[in-house]
Design a protein around this ligand. Structure first.
Ligand SMILES: [Zn+2]
Length: 78
């Protein structure tokens, strides 16, 4: 469980995090269950829109971009 889910949980996660190399969802400790890599570096992580997006989501440019498509961490979103 991530910090934001622990303290602001609404049920489902706003985002999921996947290993960009193989596409598997990472566990909370940044381990890839498919290829076994531990401590997947942030640059190899893709954030995907999750099932917990609220009915009235943020409308600012960053909030909109986060919901539209997956993106790699450490790369500019806009
Ligand atoms: Zn992997």
């Amino acid at each position: 469980m991530r910090w934001d889910e622990r303290h602001f949980a609404t049920g489902e996660p706003l985002r999921t995090f996947r290993h960009a190399v193989c596409g598997a969802e990472l566990d909370p400790d940044s381990r890839c269950p498919t290829c076994g890599q531990v401590d997947v570096p942030p640059g190899d992580v893709e954030a995907h829109p999750g099932p917990g997006i609220p009915a009235e989501p943020r409308q600012d440019p960053v909030g909109v971009a986060l919901r539209q498509r997956p993106h790699r961490l450490l790369q500019p979103l806009l």
